[in-house]
Design a protein around this ligand. Structure first.
Ligand SMILES: Nc1ncnc2c1ncn2[C@@H]1O[C@H](COP(=O)(O)OP(=O)(O)OP(=O)(O)O)[C@@H](O)[C@H]1O
Ligand SMILES: [Mg+2]
Length: 263
């Protein structure tokens, strides 16, 4: 959606390495914003984005006006059942319908061999992988790691909304997820205990207002009780002032074993 940052640029860099032709889409997609969300005040700076992208030698920037994508009478939407109702979907009804629709349209316009997405939006990435499989798109979806500031804060265009003090408060989200990961590494396998650990850590920061914490299977997004045998996604969303931020962490016991072997 533009207001490009290091997270986006990591995707561009990987695309540039893998592909002969690189297309970057910059589109603040109205259909994925709910009423009362930040569509109108979402940061937009195509001039700056274009300047940033010159260093990356991209072939095309696709930045259509909204009326061109959604002309009068537009009426077709794409929904992915089963992965869209929980987490972000529960807090932002209609959000993933908007995402599924725009991604379908972008894939149809560009017809890329590869498309690059970030793990920061873990549920989005799963939904897009499913959409591409179910609708037989000839595109391979690659999901790249979340780029963070040195502080640990996941980089997001919405971080631009944060005051200095809010930016400091926002660190609690990552801190809470890392706490849960540490507890998991120490052997904790109760989903509700990990959930409560994240929740109480975020609740302890007065400038943060928790939206949700979820502990689910990392592929199906099904809620879990016992975490054994699963790769686990812990995802959280919180308001820092008026700004809603998300982050997540993936836990799996085989990664732990690999680390142990290395040590
Ligand atoms: N910190 C990040 N690391 C890696 N990928 C990212 C990061 N932030 C965003 N992306 C990815 O960039 C793509 C475009 O995302 P988008 O334009 O919504 O940016 P954003 O920073 O998530 O903005 P916002 O948080 O305001 O929604 C998505 O695939 C998203 O997952
Ligand atoms: Mg985003």
């Amino acid at each position: 959606m533009g207001a490009l940052h290091e997270g986006h640029l990591s995707l561009v860099r990987e695309a540039r390495q893998m592909c002969d032709i690189v297309v970057v889409s910059v589109f603040v997609n109205p259909t994925q914003f709910g009423p009362g969300e930040d569509y109108d005040r979402y940061p937009r700076d195509l001039t700056k984005d274009t300047a940033l992208l010159t260093d990356y030698n991209v072939d095309y920037i696709f930045a259509p006006p909204a009326e061109e994508i959604y002309p009068k009478g537009y009426s077709t939407y794409v929904t992915v059942d089963g992965l869209s109702e929980q987490l972000e979907g529960a807090s932002r009804p209609g959000h993933f319908r908007g995402v599924g629709t725009i991604v379908t349209m972008l894939l149809n316009i560009v017809r890329p061999d590869f498309a690059f997405f970030g793990q920061k939006d873990a549920q989005q990435a799963l939904i897009i992988k499913r959409l591409v499989r179910d609708l037989a798109f000839d595109t391979e979806i690659l999901v790249l790691p979340t780029v963070r500031e040195d502080s640990g804060l996941a980089i997001s265009s919405r971080n631009a909304f944060l005051s200095d003090s809010e930016r400091e408060a926002a660190l609690v989200i990552r801190r809470a997820l890392v706490k849960a990961r540490d507890a998991y590494k120490e052997g904790e396998r109760s989903a509700s205990k990990l959930n409560e650990l994240v929740r109480s850590t975020i609740d302890a920061e007065p400038r943060a207002k928790l939206d949700y914490v979820s502990v689910t299977d990392a592929e199906t997004l099904q809620k879990l009780d016992k975490l054994d045998e699963h790769t686990v996604l812990i995802a959280a969303a919180a308001f820092i002032g008026r700004t809603r931020l998300i982050d997540n962490i993936v836990l799996n016991s085989s990664a732990k074993r690999k680390e142990a072997v290395k040590a």
